[in-house]
Design a protein around this ligand. Sequence first.
Ligand code: CP
Length: 331
Amino acid sequence: MKRFLDLADLSRDEVLDLLALARRLEAHPEPRALAGKILGLVFFNPSLRTLASFQVGMQRLGGSSFVITPGQGTWQLETRTGAVMDGACAEHIREGLPVLASYADALGIRAFAEGKDLAHDVAETSFKAMAGVVHKPLINLESAVNHPCQSLADWKTLDEVGVPQRAKFVLSWANHPRVTPIAVPAATVHMAAHRGMEVVVLRPEGYALPPAIMDKARAAAAASGGSVRETDDRADALAGAHVVYAKEWGSTTHYGDAAGDAALRAGLKDWCVREDWFATAAAGCKFMHCLPVRRNVAVADEVLDGPRSIVLREAHNRLTAQMAVLYRLLA
Ligand code: CP
């Protein structure tokens, strides 16, 4: 494996093989496997889990890492192709990223969506420009419409808690005070479809995922024997659910229009996941969220602190799943 950019680049068997490696490394640690190897981590956006788990993962495998947060103690990096650089950015990614890659054995990059032009973001225009100038193993730490590390950890978590392959998986929109990216919902709907699940995307009007994202998930479902549909009918979606995965994301009909999105979501305050959402769910229905989460805005305390929540296990599995990725890329 040369790059880990999208779970869709891996067949179902290749994902299962990676998860088996993650379990093996948990059971039989290899603290010298990556001795002398260096991972560069470039964060254009904030993080808690991704930042910490990649540094710890490298250390647990005997390697090391460095972190660059462009513009915070380093030069601010320009990402736009053809930009006239007379503003705040002193350096372009076309120089900055290859230089950083030349110091490391692998690079990870987090670069969220610009959030202005949906087609530009869905096409991963910015991340592809970055990937194009990095000639070392590369890891997507979350791009405009993808978060493969989160998805790999979530797949592992579903396996660990015994959720069957064909179980009903509901990806539900949740409230948030402001616009957030569609990377996790896009990656999650694909992951669950790739795993072979009965996937239902539950979202209010104005928050449908882009057709290209849904088509990609449907193609994965067709290959794995799963299914994908979307609805705004909460009762229909939640009936018989085995997993409810909540995530906040911005309106796709008001993309790049924060005021329009705010007006739309002003009437959606009841999209805070509460325990009564699970009244008709399957017995033992699990609750998932990638974190960070706004308590009592997106998800109520009673759910996050209750027995169905597996959010901390998901976060822990960021470490165990990513160690397998690092091992495949560098060992
Ligand atoms: N889920 C996730 O990627 O968390 P961070 O943004 O804290 O890295």
